[in-house]
Design a protein around this ligand. Structure first.
Ligand code: NAP
Length: 458
């Protein structure tokens, strides 16, 4: 091995160590930022190693790609709001998968006929997963952004059609393995996998898109690992495998938090019908700012329950101000975090950390649920599905069995939302009709700011 090759392999090893340490650090909110820096350092090491490769004959196109990619990436990071992060991530998956598929297609067109069985197998897998992940991720991004209808798009015989499509894709893959020179079968496989990506995602409702994206992320990772085998590139194999399996674990964790199985998410058509709510007996009662402020100011224990509405309103700083004010008056203030509140895992942790709310004040669902009965006021800030008692009480509800934050067991519940909007699942929420609940209508940030002022005068 030449000195340059030793250097390349050393940078790849370093990059892999950074990726592993980065992933480990990202598993806790307190160390997540360090994890991102470690992962970035790993990526830098991998890029430097790759640029040293002796097969590179000219740097012009690479530099052009680096500059354009860096500018686009930086602009997206600056301008895309946190609430649009899921669709931004879906776009990144699409581009990553497209890159893997294109590398595979280029390798096949140059060396396809002479490739060994193992390499050709890895290449076929790379192109198949890469193609279906590209279109699947684009549809996921479109659904999340509203370009594509968010509710499941279903038709009669869909499962059979998808099964036939998948079988035909795999059959073309096997044919190419047996007849490496059969370019028509290879490109047929690419076309079928591309179509399969679309068909796989359109029947899934946008409420389940974060899980789907995490699964697609895992496919993109596996496509990258397969690319590593084709190119004999160790860092791609390691990073792709880490990506593939962390995506899979994340999908499983999200499904568990919603009490759903992966098959139910992929084939259940969740969100196609809007089921009737359980017991919505009663009326929604409105509360005015002054009365809400008095409840809070004279409470002993208050729990804030943030949800997606807190993210859209960017109300994290406003809630911290109100929390600090109440604590200053001797109220015990806690923040309850549901694992799938918001639109991506850890969404609420990130937002509250941005407002410097200490981790010691944040409580996981299992820790905080027993505390609601002894809580004077639970303040629900733009959360809906994660506090929907139907999940616990109505076995016919589509979200039956999903663990919830049991705010309805608090002595009083104040819900901050703009109007009659439903949650991501599109379901009615009986919490809003319960005798303990009152509604404080308005944008979460503005309501919290007005509440803070009103508490000061209470
Ligand atoms: P949610 O059920 O989507 O409800 C959000 C509520 O916020 C809406 O009812 C809306 O009502 C209100 N809202 C929106 N903008 C607002 C604003 N500016 N000010 C005040 N209120 C506002 O949110 P969630 O309770 O956080 O539940 C998350 C959902 O996403 C769950 O269904 C979960 O399964 C799903 N999901 C999450 C993840 C994840 O990783 N986090 C993954 C997969 C699925 P108005 O329109 O009336 O204001």
């Amino acid at each position: 091995m030449s000195t340059a090759n030793y250097f390349i392999e050393a940078t790849y090893l370093l990059a892999s160590v950074f990726f592993v340490l980065g992933l480990k650090a990202m598993s806790h909110p307190e160390t997540a930022r360090r994890g991102m820096f470690l992962a970035e350092a790993g990526m830098l090491a991998a890029i430097i190693g790759t640029l040293m490769h002796h097969e590179i004959v000219s740097y012009e196109w690479i530099i052009a790609g680096l500059v354009i990619g860096s500018i686009v990436g930086a602009l997206m990071a600056i301008w895309v709001p946190m609430t649009a992060m899921p669709q931004r991530t879906a776009l990144s998956h699409a581009f990553g998968a497209l890159a893997a598929a294109l590398v595979g297609i280029a390798e096949y067109s140059i060396h396809g006929e002479t490739m060994g069985g193992f390499t050709l197998g890895a290449l076929g897998l790379e192109v198949m997963l890469g193609s279906l992940t590209t279109t699947g991720s684009l549809i996921a991004a479109g659904k999340l952004q509203g370009f594509v209808r968010g509710t499941p798009i279903q038709f009669k015989g869909q499962h059979i059609f998808n099964l036939v499509l998948f079988s035909a894709t795999v059959a073309s893959f096997v044919y190419v393995l047996l007849h490496p020179a059969a370019a028509v079968a290879f490109y047929l496989m690419v076309g079928l996998a591309t179509l399969f990506g679309v068909m796989l995602v359109i029947p899934i409702g946008s409420a389940d898109m974060p899980v789907v994206m995490s699964l697609l992320n895992s496919y993109a990772g596996l496509a990258a690992a397969a690319t590593g085998f084709v190119l004999s590139n160790n860092v791609l194999i390691i990073a792709g495998t880490l990506d593939g399996f962390s995506g899979l674990i994340l999908s499983v964790l999200m499904c568990r938090a919603m009490n759903r199985s992966i098959t139910n998410v992929l084939f259940g058509g969740f969100g196609a019908v809007s089921a009737a709510a359980g017991d919505t007996g009663g009326i929604m009662r409105e509360i005015n700012m002054e009365d809400a402020a008095v409840q809070l100011a004279y409470a002993n224990r208050v729990i804030f329950v943030p949800g997606y509405g807190l993210a859209t309103a960017q109300a994290q700083h406003a809630v911290r101000e109100l929390g600090d004010l109440l604590e200053g008056r001797g109220v015990t203030v806690k923040y309850a975090i549901h694992p799938v509140a918001g639109r991506m895992p850890g969404h609420m942790n990130v937002l509250l950390a941005e407002a410097n709310i200490p981790y010691s004040s944040l409580y996981e669902m299992e820790q905080i649920n027993p505390e609601f009965p002894s809580t004077d006021v639970a303040v629900v800030i733009g959360a809906n599905d994660v506090v929907n008692p139907d999940a616990r009480d109505n076995p016919k509800s589509p979200i039956a069995g999903m663990p919830i934050l049991e705010v309805d067991r608090a002595k009083s519940v104040i819900v901050l939302k703009r109007g009659q909007g439903r949650g991501f699942s599109g379901l009615e929420n009986p919490l809003f009709y319960k005798p303990v609940t009152t509604m404080l209508y308005g944008d979460a940030k503005s309501s919290l700011m007005q509440l803070t002022q009103a508490v000061q005068h209470a």
